[in-house]
Design a protein around this ligand. Structure first.
Ligand code: PMP
Length: 415
């Protein structure tokens, strides 16, 4: 392997780590798979697959309701994930962690439950120019319903938010600032600690979309003083259909339930229902039990490797990848923020991203092409789409070399 792995501690053995991911061992169209689409979903280590399998083969039962052994086992395993997430995010209490389907549902929960009771006509919600659709549309729906105003923090040519403009947007009508920790389309790491402080000074709450941060950075919700923080299990090597909404207990306690049904109640009569305590008040119905248990195994796995190690290794990969791509004539990287994580989004003059993606796929290289659920970002850069190579700690510099070679081939074909 090339020049990489210099500053990363000797303990980080990427070839050993790759053994934990069976999916990486296959060939696609006769070539070894090069998976560069982890921002869409991360691959799953055997430990996660085994945990899900064990639940179905050994412990399968519904949770929170059975006195029998299997139900007690599955309840304990599911709730253990909540405790692991508390540690992962450094939340104060497990009651502040709500299981949801993922970041999309987490944001919808807050915009519906908190939004309906706290936002009125003339109020303002601040988002940023680089948000994923799931951190735009729910707020837009809320604003339409309430007659509130959606305001957008602009960014510069590098894809960095302009904090002076953000400061100007904050005012006594600002109820909520909802912003991504890391942009999925650009890779920008936003200065959220400072942004949270600024919002709080203006009397607004802050929701941080952590979908792209949790896989790459150590997150401490108490140090950040985030009011809400979201993550998606499938982006941190866990299964799909499970994620977490973190919320400060005093805010969650004051919010009405999001959905009604089993598990979220204390008593039900036809006249009146009383609700369960946190976190169950927000967890109606049978949840994704296998997913929750799988996510717990994913957290254990990431902790074993260490988020600091992951961040350091991925940073080296990103620096190496940026240097390789910059050597390709006609290629322009979209998103060149000084603080950046794991994403290489780019366009090549005269070649449509879908053509790039298709030619790369024939070589076994999986990238994402399109607007990455961030159409306003594409509009801002006046492009219809990008090709996005997104990195994870199981990628290698040799795979970056294959990407660069693949792109040279693309250029040959289309020139
Ligand atoms: N926000 C960001 C920044 C994302 O990258 C994604 C997923 N691409 C989401 C939100 C939505 O996450 P999910 O689809 O897991 O709900």
């Amino acid at each position: 392997m090339s020049t990489l792995i210099s500053t990363v501690a000797a303990g980080f053995d990427v070839e050993k780590i790759r053994q934990d991911f069976p999916v990486l061992k296959q060939t696609i169209h006769g070539n070894p798979l090069v998976y560069l689409d982890s921002a869409a979903t991360a691959q799953k280590p055997t430990a996660v697959v085994d945990a899900i399998r064990k639940f179905h083969e050994v412990d399968c039962a519904n949770i929170h309701r059975g006195v029998h052994e299997l139900s007690q086992r599955s309840t304990a395993a599911y709730e253990e994930t909540r405790a692991k997430t508390k540690k992962f995010l450094n939340a104060k209490s497990v009651t502040e962690l709500i299981f949801v389907r993922g970041t999309t549902e987490a944001i919808n929960l807050v915009s519906s439950s908190w939004g309906r009771t706290n936002v009125k006509e003339g109020d303002e919600i601040v988002i940023s120019a680089m948000e994923h659709h799931s951190n735009i549309v729910p707020w837009q729906m809320l604003c339409e319903e309430k007659g509130a105003k959606l305001r957008v923090i602009p960014m510069n040519d590098r894809g960095e938010l302009i904090l002076e403009e953000y400061e100007k947007l904050l005012n006594p009508r600002t109820r909520m600032v909802a912003v991504a920790h890391v942009s999925n389309a650009l890779g920008t790491i936003n200065p959220i600690r400072r942004m949270i402080e600024m919002a709080h000074r203006a009397g607004a709450l802050v929701l941080i979309d952590g979908a792209q941060a949790a896989p790459h950075l150590k997150v401490d919700v108490q140090a950040l003083d985030a009011d809400f923080y979201t993550l998606s299990g499938h982006k941190i090597c866990g299964p799909t259909g499970i994620g977490i909404l973190y919320g400060k207990a005093k805010l969650l306690n004051a919010m009405p339930p999001y959905q009604g049904g089993g598990d979220m109640i204390r008593t039900v009569t036809f006249e009146k229902t009383t609700y369960n305590d946190l976190p169950y008040k927000f967890e109606a119905g049978t949840p994704n039990i296998a997913g929750g248990i799988g996510m717990g195994a994913a957290l254990d796995y990431l902790n074993r490797i260490g988020l600091d190690q992951i961040a350091a290794y991925e940073h080296e990969l990103l620096v190496y990848g940026t240097a390789q791509l910059e050597q390709i004539p006609g290629l322009r990287i979209i998103g060149t923020a000084r603080e950046k994580a794991a994403v290489l989004s780019f366009v090549i003059e005269g070649i449509h991203p879908h053509d790039i993606g298709t030619v790369l796929d024939r070589q076994g290289i999986a990238v994402r092409t399109g607007h990455h659920c961030a159409q306003p970002v594409m509009d801002w850069f006046h492009i219809p789409a990008t090709t996005r190579a997104s990195l994870a700690f199981y990628n290698t510099s040799a795979e970056i070399d294959k990407l660069a070679a693949g792109l040279r081939k693309v250029k040959e074909i289309f020139s």
